[in-house]
Design a binder for this molecule. Structure first.
Ligand code: P6P
Length: 337
């Protein structure tokens, strides 16, 4: 008997009390939005009722990155799906400069939803897996008007986090703080079905993921770690390593949750004023919580990512996450060179 996402959430609430009905509604609405995005992604150059999805939108996001049409479409799908339900106070997105407060015509809820609507969108044209990343916080301030300040909470405050990877399968991966569960989209039924729970990442690995073209720009601890991996059996690690780099964080993290590995997008000298490329609030925090909930670790080289105190909604962070013993090694190289 297959277990639907709804049944999983109801039974989790019954067993652990972590998913009140408003949060369950939020997660089901996000899952439904991901189904719509998956449909548009899968249509590719054929286009869909959501419009032509390929190519550039001719605009830039707050990061100064060229926006793809599908970035904008995915963002709008998530906004429109979530703003009427009464479960949210506001949303924040990689594709929007400022927060989107739920309009007065709808009731406001207590949750805050952040997302990267389509991460890895540079892979759209080449038909490589991409995904949606989301993170849920509770509005804790007592002030009536929700502001950007309400979002600036450390990753330890998340009440739910996950992603949906649009690959050979469309798979929703979710945690509410009680382990990691995976749900595969059954297109015939049109519903996400539980296909794995209590996901566990091996503490050791022989596979690293980093963009090697940046090697000359890395800091010494990262260079040392990768050099040792490349030295293989004859080197200090005494074993050979494999390398993967999909340039789609959702796809790389999904591989690590599935078979272990270490993912690194560290600070580098190209833009020394930036702590890293990836964003803390809606990429690193949700992914780090998933990784930790599956027995892995996630640091910025020096600190646990989930404990970083955010100061800006779109701030960036250096990311080292995955198999626990490897992340601890890289972190040790940073802290005690
Ligand atoms: P690079 C995608 O643009 C992204 O934000 C992550 O999904 C991915 O891990 C990284 O950037 C890829 O960056 O510099 O290798 O293209």
């Amino acid at each position: 008997m297959s277990i639907s996402l709804t049944r999983y959430l109801v039974e989790e609430q019954r067993a652990k009390g972590r998913i009140p009905s408003e949060l369950r509604l939020l997660l089901e609405v996000v899952a439904r939005a991901c189904k719509s995005i998956s449909h548009a992604v899968n249509k590719g150059a054929l286009g869909s009722e959501l419009g032509d999805v390929m190519g550039s939108a001719g605009s830039e996001n707050v990061q100064g990155e060229v926006q793809k049409k599908l970035d904008i479409i995915a963002n709008n799908v998530l906004i429109e799906a979530n703003e009427w339900g009464g479960h949210l106070a506001a949303m924040a997105s990689e594709e929007m400069d400022s927060i989107h407060v739920v309009p007065n015509r709808y009731p406001q809820g207590e949750y805050l939803l952040m997302f990267d609507p389509l991460d890895g969108s540079s892979n759209i044209e080449v038909n490589v897996s991409i995904g949606t990343i989301f993170s849920v916080l509770k509005k804790v301030s007592s002030n009536a008007a929700v502001t950007e300040q309400d979002f600036l909470q450390p990753g330890t405050q998340q009440v739910a986090a996950g992603y949906c990877v649009y690959g050979p399968q469309t798979t929703l991966v979710l945690t509410v703080g009680d382990g990691v569960a995976m749900f595969t989209l059954d297109r015939e039924q049109g519903s996400f079905v539980l296909t794995q729970e209590n996901v566990k990442i091996p503490e050791d690995t022989k596979e690293f993921a980093i963009n090697m073209s940046n090697m000359r720009h890395w800091d010494a601890p990262v260079k040392r770690y990768i050099d040792e991996c490349l030295a293989g059996k004859e080197g200090p690690r005494g074993k050979d390593f494999n390398m993967r780099w999909i340039a789609s964080m959702v796809a790389d993290v999904h591989r690590i949750l599935t078979r272990g590995g270490i993912f690194m997008y560290p600070w580098d000298k190209r833009e020394p004023e930036k702590p890293g490329k990836l964003r803390l609030m809606y990429e690193a925090n949700p992914m780090s919580w998933l990784i930790e909930q599956a027995g892995g670790a996630a640091t910025n080289g020096k600190q646990r990512i989930l404990e970083l105190e955010p100061t800006q909604l779109h701030q960036r962070v250096s990311v080292i996450l995955g198999s626990k013993n490897e992340v601890e090694r890289v972190t040790k190289y940073h802290v005690t060179p």
